[in-house]
Ligand binder design. Structure first.
Ligand SMILES: NC(=O)c1ccc[n+]([C@@H]2O[C@H](COP(=O)([O-])OP(=O)(O)OC[C@H]3O[C@@H](n4cnc5c(N)ncnc54)[C@H](O)[C@@H]3O)[C@@H](O)[C@H]2O)c1
Length: 338
């Protein structure tokens, strides 16, 4: 039996408890400092985002308890990228210096003007606090949290530099509906998981970009031609991007790249934002008018890393990335270099 603590009781952290419990593990879900009320709520009724009641064997705790779980075999980080600094502060208080961390969060970070993965950031920050032997693995792939919570079949990639760690995680989380693959390409898997959010906005814009003067009934049906072309071009660019930052090409064609891009592009908040941008709405206006309190991870990431990428990369090598970054960061109308 593996002792698992999952930090972050949002949609994904909570859904992830389901395969973990099903495999007979000892699982505790700890809410962040923003989730004390949520922990009370889900101890009595269904999770509000998932509309699913979490398993009875699941233990629920509020964030004050985090440091008591130093002896956990796996510590799962399920906060969004905005919560990573908070997560690092919390686990830095733990007594056990050999933490085995599993990262669900998708995103990237910046250190000394350079783009880095979140797992690298966590490792580095922990080292400063004397955690020299902490391991950070990443799980990425096409996984809408409510789908996992309802045991809809999906597949995911466990990326770790250590094969034994991958095997332990695989044994712990794999179920009939949650199949797992392993990879040693942590960088590639994390870069894919983050940048697919940016490219999925572009694919979401297909309808507006297909032929603006075509009748609505035609556009709403045949924009799929445009989407397919953009998916193809996005994947080609993602390959170049991931290789540029030290990941493997093959990772992009797998679950963390193509698989996750597909899910994000056909539904979800990134492609919804893309739809507004494709219709000609400026980013700031679309956010304020239609998606004010909704987190659009792709746009958030574009704002974080855009200024660096726009300086470091060449527009002729990454035309689609430039198109979307200029649209979000400079609040310009979206146009594609076809
Ligand atoms: N690896 C996967 O298979 C997979 C699948 C789905 C989502 N995700 C990723 O998991 C992360 C969470 O997604 P979600 O759907 O659960 O989102 P959510 O909005 O439901 O939950 C967000 C979580 O982050 C925490 N959080 C937000 N801001 C914070 C802050 N400033 N300080 C501390 N904590 C903060 C919240 O309390 C909550 O626990 C995202 O990065 C998402 O991309 C991964």
């Amino acid at each position: 039996m593996t002792k698992i603590i999952i930090i972050g009781a949002g949609a994904m952290g909570s859904a992830f408890t389901i395969p973990c419990i099903e495999n007979g593990n000892d699982v505790t879900l700890i809410g962040t400092h923003l989730e004390n009320n949520l922990i009370d709520e889900i101890s009595k009724s269904a999770h509000p985002a998932l509309k699913v009641t979490l398993p009875k064997k699941l233990k629920l705790e509020k964030f004050e308890k985090i440091k008591d779980f130093s002896d956990a075999d796996l510590i799962v980080c399920a906060v969004s990228s905005l919560g990573i600094d908070w997560f690092i502060d919390q686990i830095s208080q733990m007594g056990n210096k050999k933490l085995n961390i599993v990262l669900l969060t998708k995103g990237l970070s910046i250190e000394a003007g350079k783009l880095i993965t979140i797992s690298y950031k966590i490792k580095n920050e922990l080292k400063k606090n004397g955690f020299d032997d902490a391991s950070v693995s990443a799980i990425k792939g096409p996984c809408l949290a409510a789908g996992l919570a309802n045991k809809m079949r999906t597949g995911t990639v466990i990326a770790s530099e250590n094969k034994d760690t991958s095997k332990l995680i695989q044994k712990t989380i794999t179920t009939e509906y949650y199949s797992t693959e392993t990879s040693e390409d942590v960088k590639g898997v994390e870069f894919c998981g983050a940048i697919k959010n940016i490219y999925s906005m572009l694919i979401g814009a297909s309808e507006g970009l297909s032929n603006p003067s075509a009748p609505e009934s035609i556009k709403s049906k045949y924009f799929l031609n445009t989407s397919a072309s953009l998916i193809h071009r996005s994947i080609s660019e993602m390959v170049k991007f991931v290789k540029y930052f030290g990941g493997n090409e093959t990772t992009v064609y797998g679950l963390a790249g193509l698989g996750d891009l597909y899910v994000s592009a056909i539904g979800g908040r990134n492609s919804q934002m893309g739809k507004y941008l494709g219709q000609g709405t400026l980013y700031k206006e679309a956010k304020e008018k239609f998606m004010k309190d909704i987190t659009v991870e792709g746009a958030q990431l574009a704002l974080e890393i855009g200024p660096i990428l726009l300086k470091e990369l060449k527009k002729n090598e990454f035309p689609l990335m430039f198109n979307i970054l200029e649209t979000i960061c400079n609040n310009k109308k979206l146009s594609i270099n076809w």
